[in-house]
Every structure is written in structure tokens, then in C-alpha cells.
Design a protein around this ligand. Structure first.
Ligand SMILES: [Zn+2]
Length: 238
């Protein structure tokens, strides 16, 4: 067993026995790691409230066969602005849940770590309804599942774009219309988010088109997670 240091974001925690907790971490160098925080639920715990979901922490851990053990935890950022606001807690929870669902344990993913930290910082600075969906779209892109948003996914034409087809993985034109209708303003927001200009999308006023992009992001993420679960199920039966 070896000792190591890493920085991490606390994804979620659950109780273990009388006084301990299992802490699911997304670490900078090792990806998702499950670790035990011993005595964390006692009032005298040396970890205090440092290991709560959304916390950005510097850690020292013992590597274990199944679970690592946290031996030191220092707070880098509590993201107090998120914790003090129910709306932002909800948005942060959906971001953390997406990371938990899409990642495998001990698969390093520095790009995702940077993206997750960026999303929490953005949420701490501004309660914008596009921060979580922006994260979902970029998460799908990082997984190699970026939808086609600049032209019709069927014919490649960029005129008359009017709907989004989850099955086809992108925007469709009037001629190939299928899936959910999407207003032009929402399509433009999608193009900004996936074109690396989330900042420009966040500077736009919040309109019903924003809610459409938010709703579609959740559906797209669920669609890919379900499809992946089904393909894992098929492999298991084989
Ligand atoms: Zn078309």
C-alpha cells in the first residue's frame, strides 16, 4: 500500500458504519476514486466539513485494494456561493451526478477535471441556467459524442435547420425533420456552446430558448447513458 497526494472535487458521500463515510472523489491525476474518511461523522473529526459534495480539496490518501483511505484533507475552495443557494446546489448536483455516471473508476481524465472545476467556479460566480447544460454538452463532446449542430445531420445542408434528433445525433433541416422541434435561437446557443464559445452564450439574456437548450441537454445525456447501459447489458449476456 502506498501513500499519495492529489487534488480532487468531492462528487458524493455516503455513510459507512457508525462514524465513517465513503467519499466519491473526482481527482486531478487518477480520475474517479472511492475513499474512506474515517471518523468523519464524529463532531471531533479532523476532516470537519471539508469533505462535502462540491468541495475542492487537496488530499493525502493511502491506496487500498478496493477503497483508498483519506489521511489528510485541506480545503482549496468550499464554493460557499453554491452551498448557500438551493438553485445552485441543484445545478451543481446534476453536474456532479453526470460526472459520476459517465466516468469509470481510476481512469485519469485531466480534461474533464479542468472542465468540472471550471463549471463549479462559473456556478459560484453566476447562477446562469446554461452553466449545467453547457457542461453536459461539453461532457458529451469530450466522450466523443458531440452532436452535429452546424448543419443537417442527414444531408449536410445548413438552411432551414429546425429540430434536434437524438437518434441521428444532431440538428435536422425542414426536409429531414424528426425528433424535437428547436427554435433558431436555441440552435444558435447550441452552436456557441459546442463551438467553444460558452462565454458568449452565457452573456445572452435568458429566454425560452435557453430553457429548450437546458431541457435538450438533459435528454441528450440521458439518451447516451441509457444507450451505453443497454450495450453493457448486451455484452454481459454474451
Ligand atoms: Zn437535411
Amino acid at each position: 500500500m502506498s501513500l499519495y497526494r492529489d487534488e480532487a472535487i468531492v462528487v458524493r458521500t455516503y455513510r459507512l458504519g457508525e462514524a465513517d463515510r465513503i467519499v466519491v472523489l473526482f481527482t486531478k491525476a487518477r480520475g474517479k476514486v472511492r475513499a474512506v474518511a474515517k471518523g468523519v461523522r464524529k463532531t471531533t473529526s479532523r476532516f470537519g466539513a471539508r469533505l462535502e459534495p462540491t468541495s475542492h480539496v487537496a488530499l493525502q490518501l493511502y491506496e487500498g485494494r478496493n477503497l483508498d483511505t483519506i489521511t489528510q484533507a485541506e480545503t482549496i475552495d468550499h464554493f460557499r456561493a453554491i452551498r448557500d443557494d438551493l438553485d445552485r446546489i441543484g445545478r451543481a448536483s446534476s453536474i456532479l451526478e453526470a460526472v459520476d455516471q459517465i466516468t469509470e473508476e481510476r481512469e485519469p481524465n485531466g480534461a474533464l477535471y479542468t472542465m468540472l472545476l471550471g463549471a463549479l467556479r462559473a456556478l459560484a460566480a453566476d447562477d446562469h441556467p446554461l452553466i449545467a447544460p453547457g457542461f453536459f454538452w461539453k461532457l458529451l463532446a469530450l466522450e466523443g459524442l458531440s452532436p452535429v449542430v452546424d448543419a443537417c445531420v442527414v444531408c449536410g445542408d445548413d438552411v432551414g435547420l429546425c429540430a434536434f434528433s437524438l437518434d441521428d445525433g444532431g440538428i435536422v433541416c425542414a426536409e429531414h425533420r424528426r425528433g424535437a422541434p428547436l427554435p433558431a435561437e436555441s440552435i444558435e446557443l447550441l452552436q456557441l456552446i459546442l463551438g467553444g464559445r460558452l462565454g458568449v452564450a452565457l452573456a445572452r439574456p435568458v429566454t425560452p430558448a435557453t430553457a429548450e437548450v437546458e431541457h435538450l441537454a438533459t435528454r441528450a445525456l440521458e439518451f447516451h447513458l441509457e444507450r451505453r447501459l443497454r450495450s453493457i447489458g448486451v455484452l454481459d449476456r454474451g
